[in-house]
Design a protein around this ligand. Structure first.
Ligand code: FAD
Ligand code: A2P
Length: 406
């Protein structure tokens, strides 16, 4: 088993502010500061963060810190080459600062259905974000790649396990990672980042191992059905054991599960939107013996059982852990069913959960399902003395309505 590196604060000097006066180097009692013709820098392996150098510095350049994995600090050589401090890893705050522009844009589109930025559940664990940026991605290794959907299914969906070895890459259920596909685009520029929801719980695909899983659909057609070869999804689905993958992130500070005992989770998904739902369900399954209470209810849509990722394991989950409702749209000789049809069929329980302030709602998958699901919620409310028009803003205000569609 690989023990991941700790995250630590690395002491640095801001080259844009530093006036090269040598005060810090003179002050440091253990010679952790050095310089070349260009920059003053701090030796990570020598500095004990005693902070004696901080007060005498006339500019404040000395009071610069970056959170890094203990085994991947900025080297002295890297610091000598800087004109400015590298992008700040934005940690523990949930803001957009430091997040690559592409990721901010993609995330804003994906969460539009929740009506702007919503806060995470009050009891959610604090997420790390942006630990690894485009300039210094974490390098994971593929340690497993299994096709989940049947060979005759119209789409290939893969369960891919990424091992981070000794690199710290902490994630929570509901967060996403960014993958940088190798190579360049038609303009010769590096490919932009693609996001993939983490499908495993916070303590790893294999508990205690420093790994995580993602659920990837191989894109072979564009949204109009024309043949296309999706850059990142094909790269990922073709991964062999041992292949390296450049990963940035983690991202996401709102689509997080509640942690307080007695909290319930209502999950609605299609296709690969099942990834975060698997992560949350698995987290609860692993803690089942703690008897923390609360309910799990899942609505999951796919074309056929063979197209439904995790179909086997899902149907074997204990019935008292999760209330699973599967909607199939293309089973021969059966009526077409979408998740919203089943939500209407289960309107009694849906209305009870929507009204329960300890129940948090998560919608993930096809963008097209947002409207249909909202209409189904509205119908369930109408028949049970609730007013969806007033309930929805309240759900958002209480951080109980989370949408991620793509
Ligand atoms: P590209 O080369 O970017 O696009 C090729 C063509 O395919 C384009 O015409 C494009 O319009 C079309 N296309 C793009 N995405 C899709 C799609 N999903 N289905 C059909 N056609 C598409 N994907 C997963 O497989 N699993 C996940 O868990 C997952 N999580 C995501 C989480 C978030 C927050 C977001 C925003 C997206 C997520 N995605 C997920 C989608 C993923 O980021 C990529 O967009 C997708 O894999 C396509 O990338 P690509 O490089 O293969 O295709
Ligand atoms: P359909 O058979 O009409 O395509 P996909 O396999 O494309 O990822 O889709 C997953 C499931 O979501 C399929 O069953 C698909 O049905 C269904 N679906 C498509 N559009 C919607 C929608 N607007 N609302 C809910 N489910 C939808």
């Amino acid at each position: 088993m690989n023990a991941p590196a700790e995250l630590v604060n690395q002491h640095l000097i801001d080259p844009e502010i530093c006036i090269r006066c040598n005060t810090c180097e003179e002050t440091c009692p253990i010679d952790a500061i050095t310089h070349d013709a260009r920059n003053y820098v701090v030796k990570f392996d020598v500095c004990e963060s005693c902070r004696q150098c901080i007060p005498p510095c006339p500019t404040g350049a000395i009071d610069s810190w970056r959170r890094v994995a203990q085994d991947r600090p900025y080297t002295v050589e890297e610091q000598f080459s800087w004109d400015a401090l590298p992008e700040q890893a934005e940690i523990d705050r949930g803001g957009d600062e430091g997040t690559p522009e592409d990721v901010v844009r993609i995330t804003a589109e994906a969460t539009a259905g929740q009506g702007g930025r919503v806060a995470p559940p009050w009891s959610a664990a604090h997420p790390y974000q942006n630990l690894y940026g485009l300039a210094r991605p974490a390098v994971a290794t593929c340690s497993g790649n299994f096709r989940l959907t049947g060979e005759d299914a119209s789409s290939a969906i893969h369960h891919i396990v990424l091992d981070f070895g000794k690199t710290a890459f902490p994630v929570l259920e509901g967060q996403s990672i960014g993958v940088i596909p190798p190579g360049t685009d038609a303009q010769g520029k590096p490919h932009f980042v693609r996001l993939y929801s983490v499908a495993s719980p916070r303590n790893g695909e294999r508990s205690g191992y420093n790994n995580l899983s993602i659920t990837v659909k191989r894109v072979t057609e564009d949204r109009d059905g024309n043949p296309v070869r999706g850059v990142a999804s094909n790269f990922l689905c073709d991964l062999k054991k041992g292949d390296p993958v450049n990963v940035v992130g983690p991202y996401g500070a709102t689509f997080l599960m509640p942690n307080h005992p007695g909290s319930s989770i209502l999950m609605i998904c299609t296709g690969t939107g099942s990834a975060p739902m698997r992560a949350m369900t698995e987290r609860r399954r692993r803690r089942i013996a703690l008897n923390e209470g609360g309910e799990l209810m899942l609505f999951f849509g796919a074309r056929t059982p063979g197209e439904l990722p995790y179909f086997g394991p899902l149907t074997k989950l204990p019935k008292d852990l999760i209330d699973t409702n599967l909607a199939f749209s293309r089973v021969p000789h059966e009526p077409k069913k979408y998740v919203q049809h089943l939500i209407r069929e289960r309107a009694d329980k849906i209305a009870r959960l929507l009204a329960d302030e300890n129940c948090y709602i998560y919608i993930c998958g096809l963008k097209g399902m947002e409207t249909g699901v909202e209409e189904a919620f509205a119908d369930a409310c109408r028949d049970h003395g609730l007013d969806w028009e007033t309930l929805l803003p309240a759900l958002r205000a209480q951080s109980r309505y989370h949408v991620e569609t793509y």
